[in-house]
Design a protein around this ligand. Structure first.
Ligand SMILES: O=C(O)CCC(=O)C(=O)O
Ligand SMILES: [Fe+2]
Length: 261
């Protein structure tokens, strides 16, 4: 336990703090701005957590119900997420060309996701990383996968808002046309309160949808068609969150091959 605590402390107070320094500098804020004003403190991970999970290969029935999906496309709620690069490829990110890509394995590397809070604090200059967990390529389907993730959380009572002290935001304004920032902006411009970091975090964790739920994971339930693309749509506290599913032809071929065998 002591070792885990020391490791969490190191990841949060050394690695993440330096990361927040770099991100503060990009926003032309004092070096410790994000660490002092947004990062949650009080324990090794503040209100965030360090998660260690070992995933076993999934059974055929689960594989078919989930269509290979292990976690829906989403953005993390907080400031930054630190994921340890692992040799079993499951983590995917959404590319600018609107395709999902496996994050390549780099021994000893950390994968850093930008979370919703950081997107909003940065006035949309940083985009929250859209990612999902998907079945690995065929040659890794029977392997166990270790997932080590540090979620850096932001101060629970804080309402999410752009850092108006940022010289970058003062000079260039906010980037309003995308992501969760756009939805938050809509609420504030209607004079409504946006959720606090704690509310945003808790509702997302509590209502996380199950990829094997064949009742809700279909168009007309949790999914909608936008410009011919299948999107996963949820609403949390008046904030609409729409994330891509897309139809995967490789997957169709894979399922048909399972039915054949
Ligand atoms: O297990 C992983 O690689 C990522 C998990 C994840 O994205 C999450 O828990 O938010
Ligand atoms: Fe995530």
């Amino acid at each position: 336990m002591d070792e885990i605590e020391a490791f969490s402390n190191y990841l949060t107070k050394s690695v993440n703090r330096r990361l927040l320094t770099v991100l503060s500098r990009v926003l032309e804020l004092p070096d410790d701005y994000l660490w002092d004003n947004v990062q949650s403190h009080g324990s090794p991970t503040g209100e965030g957590y360090f998660r260690h999970a070992l995933f076993r290969p999934v059974q055929k029935q689960t594989q078919e119900a989930s269509k290979g999906l292990r976690m829906h496309g989403h953005t993390d709620f907080g400031l930054t997420t630190l994921l340890f690069s692992v040799p079993i490829s499951c983590l995917q990110i959404w590319g600018r060309d609107e395709q999902w890509y496996y994050v390549p394995y780099k021994p000893g590397a950390l994968v850093i996701n930008i979370g919703d809070t950081l997107e909003i604090v940065s006035g949309g200059h940083f985009k929250a990383t859209r990612h999902r967990v998907f079945r690995p390529p065929a040659d890794q389907l029977h392997e166990e996968r270790l997932s080590l993730v540090l979620f850096n959380s932001s101060i629970g009572d804080l309402r999410m808002a752009p850092a108006h002290d940022s010289k970058l935001i003062q000079r260039e304004g906010c980037v309003e046309e995308q992501g969760v920032y756009k939805e938050f902006k809509k609420l504030t411009s209607q004079g409504k309160l946006v959720p606090t970091n704690r509310q945003w975090r808790e509702i997302q964790i509590a209502t996380c949808t199950d990829p094997t739920d064949t009742v809700n994971n279909r168009v007309g339930a949790h999914q909608v068609l936008i410009d011919g693309k299948v999107m996963h749509q949820r609403e949390y506290m008046g904030v609409k969150v729409v994330l891509p599913v897309i139809f995967d032809f490789q997957l169709l071929v894979f399922i048909l091959s399972l039915l054949d065998s």
